[in-house]
Design a protein around this ligand. Structure first.
Ligand SMILES: Cc1cc2nc3c(=O)[nH]c(=O)nc-3n(C[C@H](O)[C@H](O)[C@H](O)COP(=O)(O)OP(=O)(O)OC[C@H]3O[C@@H](n4cnc5c(N)ncnc54)[C@H](O)[C@@H]3O)c2cc1C
Length: 401
């Protein structure tokens, strides 16, 4: 992309990383993405390539074997990868969230044990908050951990784990009664457990079952699963941070950076849709000229490009805010909300530009059309983003009268 979605002020290292990733996306992802997606096939070769590039350890500190890069670098890489195929960004996203949670909240022993192998891509992370009866309302979680000697016994059912099958480490949020008397606020009685398991489906550890892949309309290739805990025994040293009752805050911290990540995906998918639309519009002729020469189509392209630019700018702003050490929930919420809505609109316009061919599986836009809606839901729906944005605005602009 020559002109749109440029980012000012990048270091030489950031530019080098991005140019390597862009090259990888153009050569190794775009040519095979649609075919693999139609077969719902896990992109093993692409994942191996990402491992070689060091992408699994991009934000993990150098002392633990990672590249120690910023959230901005990571988000710009995700944008590039999603431009190639959104599912590939999904494969690294949950890994990245779990690594971030470990870095921020883990005990020293947990960091030393997990992070170097996560940086190498040998351990792969998934994170699990949602349950069959809840997604937005995390405080309603019913899965439970009960202490038994030096272990906890976990029971309950989780839903919608991205990378549930392929991961070997799942950060699972459950209610924990220990030390939290009856009547404790729900968000103060939750704990994140670091659950190691074998990859695959069926009983992947005694007491832990991953039933199989959920069949989805898009976002294929990456596996999304349920997780069933039935007397799952986890040692006390696998409580994230070593202290119970902090799980809700740890997860929300992870989701906050995850939101920048979803915004970046929206930017990448929208960029690809624009590329496809602007290219098709110059090739297809009606009424004696390329459809790009009809003003109605030019207006569409103008709107699409403006949305690509605006979403990119907000995503970069949210990432930079977090990198500066400041709270970024307002900016991340805004970026996620705007980028996912704009992405859906840009994809739809590119689809319309393709006329009937957009409906054919031969054209890449058909895949993007099925992928964009996931961004409206993942890491919190539009309504949830607006609730966060609204609350924060009222804090910032408190009436002083
Ligand atoms: C492909 C995919 C992958 C996913 N991966 C993961 C994962 O890796 N880990 C994980 O934990 N979860 C994951 N999720 C779950 C995702 O986070 C939830 O689906 C999402 O948070 C929405 O929750 P819900 O589906 O239960 O919808 P609900 O919470 O039931 O919401 C239904 C509707 O009601 C609206 N709504 C809810 N509450 C309010 C309110 N207070 N005010 C106004 N409107 C409201 C919502 O915006 C939505 O429109 C994934 C989901 C999908 C589809």
């Amino acid at each position: 992309m020559a002109r749109l979605a440029q980012t000012a002020g990048l270091t030489d290292i950031q530019q080098e990383i991005l140019s390597t990733v862009r090259d990888f996306v153009d050569k190794e992802i775009i040519p095979v993405a649609t075919e693999l997606e139609h077969r719902d096939e896990y992109p093993q070769q692409i994942v191996d390539g990402l491992k070689e590039l060091g992408l699994f350890g991009l934000m993990i500190p150098e002392e633990y074997g990672g590249l120690g890069e910023s959230l901005l670098t990571y988000a710009l890489c995700v944008e590039e990868i999603a431009r190639g195929w959104m599912s590939v960004s999904g494969i690294i996203n949950t890994h990245f969230i779990v690594a971030y949670m470990l870095k921020q909240h883990g005990t020293e022993e947990q960091k030393e044990y997990f992070l170097p192998r996560m940086a190498a891509g040998e351990i792969r992370g998934a994170f699990s908050m949602s349950e069959p009866a809840l997604g937005s309302d995390v405080s309603a979680i019913t899965s439970k951990a009960v202490k038994d000697g030096e272990e906890y016994v976990l029971n309950g059912q989780k839903m919608w784990l991205t990378n549930g099958g392929t991961s070997t480490l799942v950060a699972v949020l459950v209610k924990s009664d220990e030390g939290h008397p009856e009547g404790t606020a729900p968000h103060k009685s939750m704990t994140t457990f670091l659950v190691e398991k074998e990859p695959g489906f069926g009983e992947v550890r005694p007491g832990l079952t991953i039933p199989g892949k959920i069949d989805k309309m898009g976002y294929k290739g990456v596996d999304t699963t349920e997780l069933i805990m039935d007397g799952l025994r986890i040692p006390a040293n696998r409580v994230l941070g070593g202290v119970t009752g902090r799980g809700f805050y740890q997860m929300m911290d992870g989701v906050e950076v995850g939101r920048v990540n979803v915004a970046a995906r929206g930017c990448g998918v929208a960029q690809r849709a624009f590329e496809l639309g602007v290219s098709y519009a110059q090739q297809r002729h009606t009424f004696g000229k390329a459809i790009a020469q009809h003003q109605a189509i030019q207006f569409k392209l103008a709107e699409m490009a403006t949305k690509v630019e605006a979403a990119h700018a907000m995503m970069v702003n949210a990432a930079r805010k977090k990198d500066s050490g400041e709270r970024n929930d307002l900016e991340a919420g805004m970026a996620k909300y705007l980028a996912s809505e704009y992405c859906k609109e840009v994809v739809e316009d590119a689809f319309r530009i393709h006329g009937g061919y957009g409906f054919s599986k031969e054209y890449e836009i058909e895949r993007l059309y099925r992928e964009a809606p996931m961004l409206l839901i993942g890491e919190g729906t539009a309504e949830i983003q607006k609730m966060i944005i609204g609350r924060r605005l009222l804090e910032e602009y408190r009436f002083q009268g």
